[in-house]
Design a protein. Structure first.
Length: 270
């Protein structure tokens, strides 16, 4: 608990001071840093982009992960190899993935621009209309295995006698999914979406390495905004205030989401 509470307390204190990267003095600033953050359009832009990015990847990754979990759960020939292969993207460091695709998309030495041009697709790190979908695709490629793993584990908890009862009733595969699997997997699906959303909301590595938050501020996430405020602008006070605001927003959302997942206190699941 101390390992979590101490950094948070220090961050809150720093947010109330005018601490900078270059100086050791940190005069008390009160709530001035919070006023600067809340009045900064760049902060709200980064928050909006982060929210949209998070929504996009969660909407894609949860259904894809569920589909893959259902496929592997069929125990088809080679399902163990497929299971192992699906987990490989998680093992790649996000920063390394960003470096790889930055090189692949390089106009001079990269192979992807010429390859995609054959299919009439143009991808440029300097064009927001193409780089934003690219970031979503990269996130989906790397983190769909995470939702797959959670949902596959959840499928193992579906009682076999429910499948047998559905088979006796002559239920089709789709009806079995809707009537048998869906009620059991509902909380697991919600949990996978929640965990993935929390992680996606703090996205930094791939985006920073690949675009640096650009072109302009078009791909600046909340984490990149905080990083640049602290280490580019050298203003630790405002960066800390932005971190606290972001933390409070997430804390406000957590009880709402958890209540939707597990139900209100005193309510039992049917």
């Amino acid at each position: 608990m101390l390992l979590v509470a101490a950094p948070i307390a220090y961050g809150v204190w720093t947010s109330l001071t005018r601490r900078t990267l270059s100086g050791t003095d940190a005069p008390f600033a009160g709530l001035a840093n919070y006023g600067a953050v809340l009045g900064d359009g760049a902060f709200w832009h980064s928050l909006g982009f982060t929210a949209a990015f998070t929504a996009a990847v969660v909407v894609l990754e949860v259904p894809l992960g569920f589909g893959l979990a259902l496929l592997v759960n069929q125990r088809l020939p080679g399902h163990r190899v497929l299971f192992t292969a699906l987990l490989l993207p998680i093992m790649v460091a996000p920063s390394l993935l960003g470096v790889m695709f930055r090189l692949l998309l390089n106009g001079d030495i990269g192979a992807l621009p010429a390859l995609l041009a054959r299919f009439g697709v143009s991808v440029s790190l300097f064009d927001p209309s193409s780089v934003v979908p690219l970031l979503v695709v990269l996130d989906v490629l790397q983190w769909t295995p995470f939702t797959f793993l959670i949902l596959y584990a959840g499928l193992q908890g579906v009682p076999a006698d429910l499948y047998e009862a559905a088979a006796v009733d002559g239920a089709s595969y789709v009806r079995t999914l809707r009537s048998v699997v869906a009620p059991v997997m509902g909380p697991v699906l919600a949990s996978a979406a929640f965990l993935r959303a929390i992680d996606a909301f703090r996205t930094f590595d791939v985006v920073y390495v690949l675009t640096g938050g650009g072109p302009g501020t078009s791909t600046t996430t909340a984490s990149i905004y905080i990083y640049k405020t602290a280490f580019t602008d050298g203003d630790f006070g405002i960066a800390s205030a932005a971190s606290v605001v972001l933390l409070l927003l997430l804390i406000g959302l957590v009880p709402v989401v958890v209540r939707r997942i597990v139900g209100k206190p005193g309510e039992g699941r049917r």
